[in-house]
Design a protein around this ligand. Structure first.
Ligand code: ADP
Length: 479
């Protein structure tokens, strides 16, 4: 039984949950404790008490701990990657890549603890000096989704601790394994009691405590738009700081002058890899007229070569969908696309058993053509391996279609034209823009986040994370 970590102690939950492998639903990975609201409040109390000391630790103390965490994660990449692939269903190479990312993030923020900087400047008044410094905000509540079981926790926990905050972390119910492994590593690396607390539990129960408890100064959330709105309302109501990372309906534009190979690679990669379960996935591929038919033919050809199978089997390109609920959602949207009059040119089939006969949530990647921008498959986030192609007359129309969405996380273009690439980078209404690269797959040392309905609050990752995890103080001294 894997327990919660509250005030430096491993404690049983009010109930338990079994972590199931979506590649083989007969495979139970382990039993995990589920905290209730009272235990969540205990964790908040512990984090609140620990803040006074932790916030005054030296940068060296925080560096040493975060660096040790990063070192252990990187050293155990194969084992942690295997656990991640087993509980979430992305392929083993993708899962190992995610673990490496998490390790690198801890190393990066270990350094950030040392680099914490401020400004010193003269006052407009004679004899007065001004200094602008940053301080931690207090207890931060971290609420994470299932699609990046270790990287998203890492990019919230590492900056939170680096800048001197204490943490109550509530992972998604579907992926407690990676969260528990991370908590175990933090605990053994010497994080003092109460500074980092793990409370596995239900969103509406444990997550809600983090939103409502006045001792939680800030909440960082990644998940669905619907839950993000609840987080925002609860935090605004009590004046807590919050940061939201939610959905996307990311466009990938393919112009007539694109390198067809580059365009297809990007669309396959960011449309279907990680089973399309990434908020940066390209779900709308907007192709100009001159290349449209060749692009679609090349996509369909390439899709025939993609192997959908057990996430941990060598050679698998696409693992299973994470669970039955998500599979039903993907299949519902595939049916909706057909009812709306789109043409399903490839994929979209549920396969109940993999090549070895194991039961799982396998779905062949689906490609729609003949789609209109107003169709639900082009306006609503599906979060599965489903891509729609939209035909555009020219670059201007393609850019308009790309931006014609309430979301604004990532936006990509395949083109060999410097003029169009430059124009697109400037005019794409998104937090991240990619030229001749997939929209999914970003660096760990630079800001991550979006505009419009995708995100709210300061960016995550890189040195910009300080905006959320610190608060600025302006000091005046008459010398
Ligand atoms: P997904 O569809 O990806 O599961 P959710 O937004 O439902 O997205 O979940 C993201 C995270 O938010 C999960 O950790 C979940 O438990 C949590 N959560 C869900 N409902 C609430 C809530 N009412 N309050 C706080 N957290 C919640």
């Amino acid at each position: 039984m894997f327990k919660n970590l509250i005030n430096g102690q491993w404690v049983d939950g009010a109930s338990t949950i079994v972590n199931i492998n979506p590649s083989d639903t007969r495979d139970a990975i382990g039993e995990y404790a589920l905290a209730d609201a009272a235990q969540a409040r205990e964790a908040v109390a512990a984090a609140h008490a620990a803040f006074a000391t932790w916030s005054l630790t030296t940068p060296q103390q925080r560096f040493d701990i975060l660096d040790a965490v990063g070192t252990e994660i990187l050293a155990r990449r194969a084992e942690l990657g295997d656990l991640l692939a087993r509980e979430e269903g992305k392929t083993l190479p993708e899962a190992i890549g995610e673990v490496v990312r998490a390790g690198n993030i801890f190393k990066f923020f270990a350094g950030e603890a040392l680099r914490g900087a401020g400004d010193v400047l003269p006052s407009v008044r004679p004899g007065v000096g001004v200094e602008v410094t940053r301080e931690p905000v207090g207890v931060v509540g971290l609420i994470t989704p299932w699609n990046f079981p270790i990287a998203i926790p890492a990019w919230k926990v590492a900056p939170a601790l680096a800048y001197g905050n204490t943490v109550v972390f509530k992972p998604a119910e579907l992926v407690p394994g990676s969260a528990w492994a991370l908590a175990d590593i933090l605990q053994r690396a010497g994080v003092p009691a109460g500074v980092f607390n793990l409370v596995m539990g239900r969103g509406r129960e444990v997550g809600q405590v983090l939103l409502d408890d006045s001792r939680v100064a800030a909440v960082s959330f990644t998940g669905s738009v619907a839950t993000g709105r609840l987080v925002a309302q609860a935090c605004v109501a009590r004046g807590a700081k919050f940061q939201l990372e939610m959905g996307g309906k990311n466009p990938f534009v393919v112009l007539d002058d694109a390198d067809l190979n580059v365009a297809v690679n990007c669309a396959i990669q960011s449309g279907f890899f990680s089973t399309g379960q990434r908020c940066t996935a390209s779900s709308r591929v907007i192709v100009t007229e001159g290349l449209h038919d060749r692009f679609v033919a090349a996509m369909a050809e390439r899709m025939k070569t993609l192997k959908v199978d057990d996430a941990r089997k060598p050679g698998t390109d696409i693992g299973p969908v994470v669970d039955e609920r998500q599979l039903e959602q993907d299949l519902a949207y595939i049916a909706i696309g057909q009812q709306e009059g789109a043409t399903l040119v490839a994929g979209g089939q549920y396969i109940e058993r993999n090549a070895a006969g194991a039961p799982g949530y396998y779905l062949t990647p689906a490609l729609f053509t003949g789609t209109a921008a107003s169709m639900r498959i082009n306006t609503e986030e599906i979060f599965g391996p489903v891509v729609s192609v939209i035909r555009a007359k020219d670059y201007e129309e393609a850019l308009h279609l790309a931006n014609d969405t309430p979301f604004g996380l990532a936006s990509g273009i395949a083109t060999t034209s410097l003029k169009h690439a430059t124009h697109f980078k400037r005019h794409a209404q998104a937090g991240m823009v990619m030229v001749n690269l997939p929209t999914a797959g970003v660096d760990y040392h630079v800001p991550f986040g979006g505009r419009k309905g995708s995100s709210y609050g300061p960016r995550e990752q890189g040195a910009y994370a300080a905006e959320f995890y610190t608060t600025v103080k302006t000091g005046y001294t008459l010398a």
